[in-house]
Design a protein around this ligand. Structure first.
Ligand code: M6R
Length: 609
């Protein structure tokens, strides 16, 4: 969504804020700004566009001072513009605020403050916060922030400075992530750990409804009501290299190539050394609880939702429990039937997606047990769920999710097998077979990554088109949805994914001479049916690029070009077939000259509903 960074110490804050913002730019990149205490008072520089625009402004007119806050924006209220960029201030220019999230009642507050004489210059909800704090200020910034927060509804994280108290930086978290970095003689705030990792590994993770008051020499944590909190510091044990490009041109390509490692790390010690069982000590469900599960709801957004579609097939096939998969923004508004015998699985790379979090809370309110599959230890989703399976994919920076998705698939395979062995719904021999295939996936992905030339060539071809289709049956259909989303997201080419058998019920009308159709055909049991659908497309002039399992030569005869995927267990094909589709989206975006890692209009972490 938006990225917040803040510094208080003895060094010049401008380079620290800019470096922090570079690490957070994946969260929002339509504008950026900083506010720094200088000898002339609180000074703000902000600019529409990428961080580089602000950076060049600051080279021309640097801000010198040892306390500051910074922000990268993903617009919600008001278009991207200089004036709508953060930090915002009040009419006296003595207060400055950076904000991630939404203030739902900002119009009411704005009217009230306008009646009192406050004048607003931007279209944002954030500007209201700086005016509200200024209005409530009576010599104690902490108290003014606490009172302001009580008047605000919505979800937010804040960084606040006032010229009246130049030795304090105030941070607030209410449903939008914020961490505090603790250094020696200096302290930091950030929306995410990479923003401060260059300077310290010691962090406090703020919970919802908590705030922090930072000085040079210390950090006080308290509730929004002012009750002090004592908390252990969290030591970050991964390094910054993992969150940087490491020689790749883009984070997305690096993350695609990290998938073999992400698969291995996510399987880790969760498979018994003899390869017969899945071991999930982090899932605290007793065998009796598992036997009591009547149905499963999988809830997620975007790519994580697509992983959930595969999760549905996997759990239904392995455990024979009925599963529904829902888009999180729809789930709680459709009054789903959730009972204490429902297991709700929420899937979220970031663990901070507002819709997914709201679905989790609704499930808990209805008495369901919630299992989270997330990539971020300590995220909101991880903290609020009853059980957590962490996907050890490492930090994912590119907006287009790749290694997080495939690690989510691995988590579903493991959990499906875990259910099956507890419920004895599959034989030990069958479970052993799936586990053996699972263990081969990392080297099969390595092989696929070595075959990227065909994909590169095909990308040049589709980069010329304005529209295309993905088709597939069964789990191939779920992967087609993910391939299509990936392509749309970063290449801006219109594409649609269809269940191959559904095409003839309307969409076939759109097939005309030369239109590219990507046909996934890795579900052997459905191969003949899929080939019939491919022929329907070919007969109308469609140009088909097929994705087949090696050895299925008959597909090669039905399509214009074929790309083969190594054979694996039928339950696991998605973990391989998605890789060429990720590469296809990447190379198509590149061929079109787009910003691969930061596609237009999108943000990595969507913390508003
Ligand atoms: O952090 P989450 O997994 O909850 O994010 C969900 C979606 O916003 C995310 O998967 C989005 O669809 C990706 N940008 C797709 O590549």
């Amino acid at each position: 969504m938006c990225g917040i960074v803040g510094y208080i110490g003895n060094r010049n804050s401008q380079p620290i804020l800019l470096e922090g913002l570079k690490k957070l730019e994946y969260r929002g990149y339509d504008s950026a700004g900083v506010a720094v205490f200088t000898e002339q008072g609180l000074k703000i520089q902000k600019a529409k566009g990428r961080l580089a625009v602000l950076e060049s402004q600051l080279v021309a007119a640097p801000l010198d001072g040892t306390i500051g806050i910074g922000h990268t924006r993903w617009a919600t209220h008001g278009k991207p513009s200089d004036v709508n960029s953060h930090p915002h201030t009040d009419n006296s220019m003595k207060f400055s605020v950076v904000h991630n999230g939404i203030i739902e009642n900002y119009m009411t507050l704005k009217e009230e403050l306008t009646a009192k004489g406050h004048r607003f210059v931007s279209e944002t909800d954030t500007e209201v916060i700086s005016h509200l704090i200024a209005d409530l200020y009576q010599g104690d910034i902490v108290r003014a922030v606490q009172q302001a927060v009580q008047r605000m509804t919505g979800a937010f994280a804040l960084g606040v400075l006032t010229e009246y108290e130049p030795d304090r930086l105030v941070a607030v978290r209410l449903a939008s992530p914020l961490i505090i970095g603790v250094g020696e003689g200096e302290n930091f705030i950030g929306s995410d750990i990479p923003a401060i990792l260059e300077y310290t590994r010691q962090v406090y993770i703020l919970n919802d409804g908590e705030m922090a008051v930072l000085t040079r020499d210390g950090v006080e944590l308290m509730t929004l009501e002012g009750n002090f909190i004592s908390r252990e510091l969290f030591h970050v044990d991964w390094d910054l290299i993992t969150a940087e490009k490491a020689g790749f041109d883009h984070f997305m390509l690096k993350e695609i190539y990290e998938q073999p490692k992400a698969y291995k790390d996510t399987m880790g010690s969760r498979i018994s050394p003899d390869g017969t069982r899945v071991v999930l000590p982090e899932v605290g469900m007793s065998a009796e609880t598992i036997r009591g599960i009547r149905n499963v709801h999988i809830v997620a957004c975007g790519t994580a939702y697509h992983a959930g579609l595969i999760g549905k097939s996997v759990i239904e096939k392995l455990a024979r429990i009925p599963v529904e998969t829902d888009v999180a923004s729809e789930y709680r508004y459709r009054a789903p039937i959730i009972t204490p015998e429902t297991l709700v699985i929420v899937v979220s790379q970031s663990g901070e997606t507002a819709d997914t979090l709201a679905a989790l809370r609704e499930a808990k309110r209805c008495g369901a047990r919630v299992l989270a599959i997330t990539n971020v230890v300590g995220s909101s989703v991880a903290r609020e769920a009853d059980d957590v399976i962490v996907t050890w994919a490492g930090p994912e920076i590119a907006v287009a999710s790749t290694k997080a998705y495939t690690s989510q698939l691995v988590a579903f395979y493991l959990f499906g097998l875990y259910l099956a062995q507890t419920l004895e719904s599959q034989t030990t021999e069958y479970i052993r077979e799936v586990i053996a295939a699972l263990r081969l996936l990392p080297e099969q992905v390595e092989y696929l990554l070595g075959q990227s030339e065909t994909v590169k060539e095909y990308a040049k071809h589709i980069a010329q088109h304005q529209s295309l289709f993905f088709i597939g049956r069964g789990m191939d259909y779920a992967v087609a949805l993910e391939g299509s989303l990936k392509l749309k997201e970063i290449s801006y080419i219109h594409s649609e994914a269809y269940a191959a058998g559904e095409l003839k019920h309307g969409t076939l009308a759109l097939i005309e001479e030369g239109i590219p159709v990507i046909a996934l055909a890795t579900q052997e049991a459905l191969l003949e049916k899929t080939i019939s659908n491919i022929k329907e497309v070919k007969a109308r002039g469609g140009r088909v690029f097929g994705l087949a399992l090696s050895g299925n030569e008959e597909l090669g005869k039905a399509v214009d070009e074929v790309y083969t995927v190594p054979r694996t267990h039928p339950l696991l094909t998605a973990a391989l077939s998605v890789v060429p589709l990720q590469l296809l989206a990447y190379y198509t975006s590149l061929a079109r000259g787009n910003d691969v890692d930061k596609p237009r209009n999108l943000a990595k972490s969507v913390t508003v509903e």
